[in-house]
Design a protein around this ligand. Sequence first.
Ligand code: NDP
Length: 435
Amino acid sequence: MAAACAAATDAQPAWAALAPVDRGRILARAAAIIRDRADELARLETLDTGKPIQETSVADWPSGADALEFFAGLAASVTGHHIPLGRDFAYTIREPLGVCAGIGAWNYPSQIACWKAAPALVMGNAMVFKPSEETPLGALKLAEILTEAGLPPGVFNVVQGRGAVGAALINDPRVAKVSLTGSVPTGRRVYAAAAEGMRHVTMELGGKSPLIVFDDASLDDAVSAAILANFYSSGQICSNGTRVFVQRGIADAFLTRLAERCAEVRMGNPLDPDTQHGPIINVAQAEKIRAAIAAGQAEGARLVCGGPGEGPFIPPTVFADATDGMIIAREEIFGPVMTVLTFDDEAEAITRANATAFGLAAGVFTADLTRAHRVIAALEAGTCWINAYNLTPVQMPFGGVKASGLGRENSAAAIEHYSQLKSVYVGMGPVESPY
Ligand code: NDP
């Protein structure tokens, strides 16, 4: 860890001194390499995470390549401002922070590494990245690809190890910023540690996001979105809409259609291209999910489909007749467990959707566009969808409010989180002094 921080510290000034367009060119080359090796990388991601190759072929590395490409293109257009002051003027310079630490979760190891590395590097920072110990391969592969693309040694470094390595990294005096993707409890610890050194932070944390389905929505689209919002990556997605609020009049039809669709899921070997639903990251996590399923049953919710499964496999699981106070409606499960809650009117849906400490994401399904925008405006969430769910194009800022985090990844907004402003006042005439 110390060697990585030293290498990053040594390499950063020369990297920052390059023209931004030259830094961007290296990132663009890395994106092209990723696209050329799509099949090999998808397989690696599946071996690392257990996610179906159907998903890793389209979501993980491809999204990472999108980020590298996007920030490569943005590199040359980041500028400061000129501030006219009459005779004098001022200007601002957007400077790199220095050495940035990235710490990742295990659900999207290569995507997380790319989402953090791309804006950090393009702004002239160096990075030391610690992936989750569950998924050590993706970040290493990214380092290899960036090196092949021409990144100078020391600019992007990977350290392996559990949380203690991450904690040591944040406390290293050479680290100017930490960007974490992880759970809320880890986020609190990392934020507190970063505060000691007055370090910048980006926190991408957990959620218990609402997906609100009004009775005028297209039922099939809403069911498809609920599936995408809960069962992709076996439910191990921070932004999942795990509290599905369905307007009472369509609740039975919604549940019937959902159960039919879930019965068709192909669960199994993630390397089989026909597999749609893979295992949980490890058996310990699967047991935590099973405990949540058991709590749902013990508290009286109705199991519509799915259940505890076996070993690392847990099928798409849906609970109905749940209430907001139940564990399955309150806590992030980080597994394929959807809780369907019914509501009567718009005001009630908004109040109940917001009654959580989390605020990562939210979705609304309705044919009434006026209502869609009104409801989204009232929801306390950083990343929202109308008649869609869990789509995260790199052009759109991604992140949460409340306990789900701060700062934003992706889009031009991420540039601000990997740079700082220097203000320069320029005196153009004689200096007036009182005595
Ligand atoms: P954790 O919070 O357990 O771990 C996240 C990372 O932090 C891991 O690399 C972990 O190391 C490391 N870590 C743990 N403790 C510390 C510490 N004290 N100091 C520094 N680093 C530490 O999350 P999971 O890996 O279990 O991922 C699941 C969680 O991540 C869920 O809550 C999910 O919602 C959230 N998440 C959020 C996303 C978002 O963008 N908002 C996206 C994806 C996931 P190790 O595990 O190797 O010990």
